[in-house]
Design a protein around this ligand. Structure first.
Ligand code: ZN
Length: 450
């Protein structure tokens, strides 16, 4: 009898123990996921610019692969790097417009627009962070930049800031020069004579050549090209097309110190393209509509975990050599649709060395995006792409050891962090500012007639 009574109790206990342990394990897993996952997503998605190298060194001689890492074995030790190379074999071919739009001599001229801070501008142009810190903490007055003011700076090839100048007004310029580890301020008062001029020309060979012939400087041609980059492909201008430009040139003695484009009109066949400067420092068409094109932040329909961030100074853990990670890696499974982040034209679509199946898209003149390690390419070179178009499927091709999408954004042919870069916003004028703009258009458009 005693045995008979005991046995159900034992059975009950046998049932209870695994039941509670499963509950316990489940609880821990849910708690862990709930706490860790969203935090981790946020933390990894907005990757800081500071160098971060994901390294695992194993003591045994066996190679191992972790995530999308690549294994290198040196002296019987193996180290895992999240991707050691994303360098396509095919370079994007540049043309004469690139030379003009790029800032080749490491000197950048910039006009302050709404929402700018000096810190953000210099970060965007990859200026050495320590120099930015030195400059902005020592000279607090640099927080007072105004919309429309011109700044310019020069860096060396390693992005170190050499000189910075701030035109408070057309004849009052502050100059900050590097001296040792610090910056020294000086100011210059110059006799500046502003001149409004109108320049007109016909296309006989190419826009760049004919604009130069008409007297426009490279800097001015660059401003025009950037202002109209989303509306007009300058390479498609043909013999017989016309351009007309209004500029304010600031003459410093006999030499040109600065110029501002007030308006431009380009006639391409039967179509007219305008860019007119508004009070906010940006260009709009004659109706006050934005000339900018907006971008998606990610080339994916859904948010994905960033497995490796943008890092221009990434050190190779084994060789110690700087091997920049010029893009962002998204951990997505093979076959995930990859979307173009903006309107543009496919420049490259092919298998290309360690990049695997590789797509490069040009957006306007200043922007380029690239997509690597794709499983499938769904577009062809020369094809016109709309924002959000499915251009490929993500994969694991080329020098990649796990499925992921490597995505790069280049501004003026320099790679920048696509997660933090400031992207153009497509926003037209409204209300009072639109009214003021339209009356300005009225007053200058007749000067743009051919
Ligand atoms: Zn990558």
């Amino acid at each position: 009898m005693a045995r008979k009574k005991k046995s159900p109790v034992i059975e009950k206990n046998n049932f209870k123990i695994p039941y509670f342990s499963i509950l316990g394990v489940l609880f821990i897993v849910i708690l862990f996921t709930a706490l860790w996952f969203p935090l981790n997503l946020e933390r990894t998605l907005y990757v800081p610019l500071t160098p971060q190298v994901e390294t695992t060194v194993n003591d045994n001689a066996h190679s191992s692969v972790v995530g999308d890492g690549i294994v290198e074995i040196v002296n019987g030790k193996s180290a895992t790097v999240t991707e050691s190379s994303d360098v396509p074999e095919d370079e994007i071919v540049k043309d004469e417009l690139d030379d003009i739009v790029d800032d080749k001599d490491n000197t950048v001229q910039y006009t302050i627009v709404r929402g700018d801070t000096l810190h953000d501008i210099l970060i965007r142009y990859n200026v050495n962070r320590n120099d930015i810190y030195q400059l902005t903490t020592k000279f607090k007055q640099l927080a007072n930049l105004r919309i429309g003011q011109q700044i310019s700076w020069t860096t060396d090839d390693n992005h170190n800031l050499l000189t910075f100048s701030w035109a408070i007004s057309s004849n009052n310029i502050r100059i900050y020069e590097k001296s040792g580890d610090n910056f020294v301020e000086s100011s210059e008062t110059i006799e500046v004579v502003p001149q409004d001029i109108v320049i007109k020309g016909d296309i006989k060979t190419s826009f760049v050549a004919d604009a130069r012939k008409s007297g426009l400087t490279s800097n001015e041609i660059g401003i025009i090209t950037r202002a109209l980059q989303w509306r007009l492909d300058f390479r498609r201008l043909q013999v017989g097309d016309k351009f007309s430009v209004i500029l304010t040139r600031e003459m410093h003695g006999k030499s040109l110190s600065n110029s501002q484009l007030l308006g431009v009109r380009i006639k391409n066949g039967t179509k007219d393209y305008y860019a007119i400067l508004a009070d906010d420092g940006k260009y709009y068409d004659i109706n006050g509509s934005s000339l900018s094109q907006s971008f998606f932040r990610y080339p994916l329909a859904k948010q994905a975990r960033v497995s490796s961030g943008f890092n221009p100074r990434r050190l190779h853990p084994v060789t110690g050599v700087v091997t920049p990670h010029n893009g962002v890696d998204f951990a997505v499974s093979r076959g995930t649709p990859v979307l173009s982040v903006g309107n543009g034209e496919v420049v490259i679509a092919k298998y290309s060395g360690s990049a695997g199946n590789y797509i490069a898209i040009r957006h306007g003149r200043q922007y380029m995006t690239t997509y690597m390690h794709l499983d499938k390419i769904l577009v062809k070179p020369g094809q016109q792409i709309k924002q959000g178009d499915k251009i490929g499927l993500s994969g694991n091709t080329g020098r990649s050891t796990g499925p992921h999408l490597h995505f790069e954004l280049h501004i003026n042919n320099k790679p920048v962090n696509p997660l933090t870069a400031s992207l153009p916003i497509s926003e037209g004028l409204t209300g009072k500012s639109k009214k003021a703009f339209l009356s300005k258009v009225k007053s200058i458009s007749s000067q743009l007639n051919f």
